[in-house]
Ligand binder design. Structure first.
Ligand code: BEZ
Length: 211
């Protein structure tokens, strides 16, 4: 069965462009983003990796470690990294897993043969400090992902891990959030001292509590 939200992210040992890692040990107490791309030396993947590398300060600020994967070798990753730097103007500053025997790709269900024959599709797993899977997304090879959206989701996950709120449609950091319907009004007044706007008893908006 495919990995589901709340499952423990499977641990593995793998060769990467930063040497051999054990995944859980490498994650430590950080959040993690493990993402696959279909193939080295391909156009969309080149843009994705360059852009993700540019976001490193944003990931660092959120205590998130990023790691990429494809079924290419580490030697290919290292060679391709030169093209990424040349064309995207950014050095690849996170490790890339070489997975030519597809061990990790199969462990995480990153190969969808009816979509792309024996290569990884564009999977993303966001993993919490508890090593549990918090988000999965899967894009086809023809569509590059929006890594700003991945940062946005991390902001939501980190906020909702600490406060009894959820984030509404198209929320971005700093926007109003939704108070959990399970919290009675009297308790909400104490927990959310900035106040809240009741549109319906189940739909109460309050300013982002940690701002
Ligand atoms: C790309 O990155 O452009 C790509 C890779 C594999 C299949 C299709 C597109």
């Amino acid at each position: 069965m495919a990995l589901q939200l709340g499952d423990e992210a499977p641990d593995f040992e793998a060769e990467t462009t930063d040497g051999t890692i054990r995944f859980h040990e490498w994650l430590g107490d950080s959040w993690g983003v493990l993402f696959s791309h279909p193939k080295d030396f391909t156009p969309v993947c080149t843009t994705e990796l360059g852009y993700t590398a540019k976001l490193k300060p944003d990931f660092d600020r959120r205590n998130v470690k990023v790691i990429g994967l494809s079924v290419d070798t580490v030697a290919d990753h290292n060679e391709w990294a030169k093209d990424i730097e040349e064309t995207q103007g950014q050095e690849v500053n996170f490790p890339m897993i070489g997975d030519p025997d597809k061990k990790v790709a199969e462990l995480y269900g990153m190969i969808h043969p009816k979509s792309l024959d024996s290569l990884t599709v564009r999977s993303v797993f966001i993993i919490g400090p508890d090593k549990k899977i918090k988000l999965t997304i899967t894009y086809p090879a023809s569509t590059g992902r929006n890594f700003d959206e991945i940062l946005r989701v991390i902001d939501s996950l980190q906020l909702t891990a600490n406060y009894q709120v959820s984030t509404p449609v198209n929320w971005v950091y700093g926007g109003d959030v939704v108070i959990a319907p399970s919290i009675p009004d009297e308790e909400a007044k104490v927990k959310f001292p900035k106040g809240f706007n009741t549109l319906k008893p189940y739909l109460r908006l309050t300013p982002q509590p940690n701002k």
